[in-house]
Design a protein around this ligand. Structure first.
Ligand code: GLU
Length: 437
């Protein structure tokens, strides 16, 4: 062997010739001396026995990568007065992480400025006039207080005349909950609020963060005053879609085009250098954003399954929950009829005692319709609020928001608010194009 592999700094990119084949990979810090741990281009980590290594060629030293970042640092300070100003709010997720050479896994960036060092292209579209980090966490670790904080930070900048738009980087898994929360809490929205993500960390050659961020910037400087999700439109690094934040679902564990619009068309198709409008949107305006960012924790989302015991309703009631969204059958049914687990009596009881029960559909696409079957009519008579074509997660966030904001609270007032289209969460005209696109 020409170079002693043990002397190669973790983080160095190498071409490795071994008895098991050739690999283009990054050297990781190895937990055992006889095994060399590497990260392949595909993202997988593999261990190779030291004795199996025949030769190695260094492609890029770790130090060179650090130097590249240094270069970025200088450029970042330039402010171009001809460009619009965008605030970047980093909240965590893969897009705010990078490969940890010690473990081979990814970890949060300690300094989100690093995102800009990697993606200088963004700065051709806008100045990133400020980077805010209200918290740095995976989206599964977020809760109502994080929606509250995020909305507060967003409102502060939306009401700043020197800011033209906002980009929020976020983990993919529960991004749609935060997007829905922003839609409800930022009343009289005046500028673009763009959430974006990546499925692969930003320091990886195959990362989807570059296109997503560049397209997010394109949308953040546009005249679309909506809360949107901007991400890959297909699996190539070609274009993104700007999707309505409260009508999207993460539909794939790893594909870069994981987010699909549900019961809705994209607002725009976005290329790094242009934007093609697809559907109607709210225009940029001079409103002052009113912050309504209270959310109740006492709401639950329950997925109905065949044979399920309705005592789950009383469980939540006993724990002080004030509202439940139930993901029901396509049109909006749960178990009824000759069964010990007939849901009708318990639904009547908890609703009579003040609980708010809402229905969303497990099919996601289409609209609930409790009028088709007589059982649906019986269910509706219990007082369930049927939420039309609203996504279950949007329904949960909306119920959490309505219960914290409607004063004085009553079942009628909550029903009225739940059925009012506040941020585009209902689509009254579903078309063919809105299915599986
Ligand atoms: N599950 C984590 C999150 O949603 C990491 C994955 C991602 O960023 O997409 O934050």
């Amino acid at each position: 062997m020409v170079i002693n592999i043990k002397k190669v700094t973790p983080g160095t990119e190498v071409e490795l010739h071994t008895k098991k084949g050739d690999f283009n990979c990054v050297i990781l810090e190895s937990p055992t001396p006889e095994i060399i741990l590497v990260k392949l281009k595909s993202g997988y980590n593999i261990g190779i026995k030291e004795e199996d290594i025949l030769d190695l060629k260094v492609i890029k030293k770790k130090e060179e990568k650090e130097n590249e970042r240094g270069k970025g640092k200088k450029e970042k300070k330039k402010i171009n007065n001809d460009l619009p100003n965008v605030v970047l709010i980093a909240t965590g997720g893969t897009i705010s992480s990078r490969l940890d050479y010690k473990t081979g896994g990814v970890k949060w960036l300690t300094n989100p400025q690093e995102l800009l060092k990697v993606y200088q292209e963004l700065l051709k579209i806008c100045n990133i006039s400020k980077i805010e980090v209200p918290f740095m966490k995976a989206s599964e670790n977020m809760a109502t207080e994080d929606w509250n904080k995020l909305s507060e930070v967003a409102a502060k900048y939306l009401n700043d005349s020197k800011v033209d738009g906002i980009i929020i980087t976020h983990g993919t898994d529960f991004l749609a909950y935060s997007a829905a929360a922003l839609g409800f809490s930022l009343k009289n929205l005046n500028k673009p609020v763009v959430l974006t993500y990546s499925q692969r960390s930003s320091d990886r050659a195959s990362s989807d963060a570059r296109l997503n961020l560049v397209c997010a910037a394109r949308v953040a400087v546009s005249d679309i005053a909506e809360v949107m999700l901007v991400g890959h439109g297909n699996t190539n690094d070609e274009f993104c879609y700007a999707l309505r934040g409260n009508k999207v679902r993460k539909m794939h564990t790893s594909r870069r085009d994981t987010f699909r619009p549900i019961n809705s068309k994209p607002i725009a198709k976005v290329y790094p250098d242009k934007l093609e409008i697809i559907s109607e949107y709210r225009k940029r305006n001079n409103n002052k954003v009113e912050l309504k960012n209270k959310f109740s924790d006492k709401v639950a989302l329950v997925k109905f399954y065949p044979g399920q015991n309705p005592e789950i309703l009383e469980h939540y009631q006993a724990k002080g929950y004030r509202g439940i969204v139930i993901e029901m059958s396509g049109l909006g049914h749960v178990l009824t009829g000759e069964s010990k687990n007939n849901w009708l009596p318990k639904l009547r009881k908890v609703i009579r005692e003040g609980m708010i029960v809402c229905a969303a559909s497990q099919t996601l696409y289409g609209r609930l319709d409790p009028w088709v079957y007589s059982v649906g009519r019986e269910l509706q008579a219990t007082g369930i609020i049927y939420l039309e074509d609203m996504l279950p997660e949007t329904a949960l966030v909306k119920l959490s928001w309505v219960l914290a904001n409607v004063k004085p609270i009553s079942q009628d007032k909550v029903k009225e608010a739940m059925l009012t289209n506040i941020a585009g969460e209902f689509n009254s005209r579903l078309t063919e194009e809105e299915f599986l696109n």
